[in-house]
Design a protein around this ligand. Structure first.
Ligand SMILES: [Zn+2]
Length: 355
């Protein structure tokens, strides 16, 4: 990977961006993408947009969510322990015994999620999976009063794990879901920055609050009203012990980006992506979906009269954990695919199913 791009990915992943509190991460994204765009802006709730070839037709939206799963301060006990609520699909079991940061207006507050020592737990039936409200954070204070001098109810909390490299171009981080997406749409803008003769107007979008209900994507899809939308997110790699391929499909780390078929994915957009990938020599994997994809694509495609959309996914092991694992080689292919798709768009092209 280009050193500047890798540095951007690291900074993006290491900048906490909890659902509903994305501003710091959005600033990193805007600063990187601005030189490659004709114009950038953000809306009321902080959905960020970078525009290229304004006035071109159709308008292509390249969207990815900027937020990450997190927790928020819900209650502070008399003794100064912090109890939490979830922001998105946090797994309480793996959150025990982790280091956390509470993002207070007064600055970051370090803490740990308490875990009862095995010596102190009874052996019979004490090992049920914890509920989120069972977790308590120890910030090293003696009372609620002391805690309230540092933070308040509603402050967001993230785990402190950061970007790291394993072998073979594999990387781990706390929030590849979905900084790899906002990274990919920004990189697509970079790849398009010198391109002449582009027909489409390209809008790269870093949208908010996906993990708590696909919320920012609804706002920005409605206001941008694009002619076609590509969404980038992570998908479950199924190439590790205990995961059933008959049940969850066959998706490998290192096998290339995955296209999803069915439902919200427009067959014409998917076909054009496959044709472009073939031309560019980009290896793809394939997934089937039933009623929903669990991504922003689900809400973008039904916006207004229906926006032709497609989901491009990066295989990810151990999703919603502090050690999400992806292949940087797979990741690089996604901006290449999106940029080539944008270049392939004909003037005024419309996507309609054949009947
Ligand atoms: Zn996601």
């Amino acid at each position: 990977m280009r050193p500047e791009s890798l540095e951007f990915l690291k900074t993006l992943v290491n900048t906490p961006s909890p659902s509903g509190h994305e501003s710091r991460g959005q600033r990193v994204w805007l600063d990187y993408v601005t030189p490659f765009a004709d114009e950038t802006y953000w809306d009321a709730y902080g959905n960020c947009v970078a525009v290229k070839n304004k006035g071109g037709s159709p308008r292509v939206m390249l969207a990815a969510h900027a937020d990450e799963i997190a927790m928020t301060v819900n209650f502070i006990s008399e003794e100064g322990f912090i109890y939490v609520r979830r922001l998105g699909g946090v797994d309480a079991a793996i959150t025990k015994a982790q280091r956390v940061c509470i993002h207070s207006k007064k600055g970051p507050v370090k803490g740990v999620v308490g875990n009862v020592a095995p010596h102190l737990t009874k052996s019979d039936g004490d090992h049920k999976a914890p509920k989120i409200h069972d977790l308590f954070i120890d910030i090293g204070v003696e009372s609620r009063k002391e805690a309230e001098k540092l933070l308040r109810v509603g402050d967001p909390i993230t785990l402190t794990d950061e970007f790291d490299l394993l072998r073979n171009d594999l990387a781990i981080a706390r929030a590849f879901d979905n900084r790899i997406g906002t990274f990919a749409v920004a990189e697509a803008m970079r790849l398009l920055s010198g391109v002449k003769g582009l027909n489409a107007e390209v809008c790269a979008v870093s949208n908010i609050m996906e993990e708590v209900g696909l919320l920012g994507a609804r706002q920005i899809a409605y206001s941008l009203n694009p002619g076609v939308a590509l969404v980038v997110d992570v998908t479950h790699a199924t190439d590790y012990p205990t995961v059933s391929k008959p049940q969850h499909g066959d998706i490998k780390i290192g096998g290339g980006p995955a296209l999803t078929h069915g439902g919200c994915n427009h067959p014409g957009v998917v076909a054009q992506l496959e044709a472009v990938a073939k031309k560019e020599n980009i290896k793809l994997q394939h997934e089937a979906m039933s009623s929903s994809s669990g991504t922003d694509t689900d809400v973008i495609f039904w916006t207004r009269g229906g926006i032709p959309s497609a989901l491009i996914s990066l295989p990810n092991r151990y999703m919603h954990s502090p050690v999400e694992l992806v292949s940087l080689k797979d990741l690089l292919r996604i901006p290449q695919l999106m940029a080539a798709f944008c270049r392939s768009i004909k003037k005024g092209q419309e996507f309609k199913v054949h009947i």
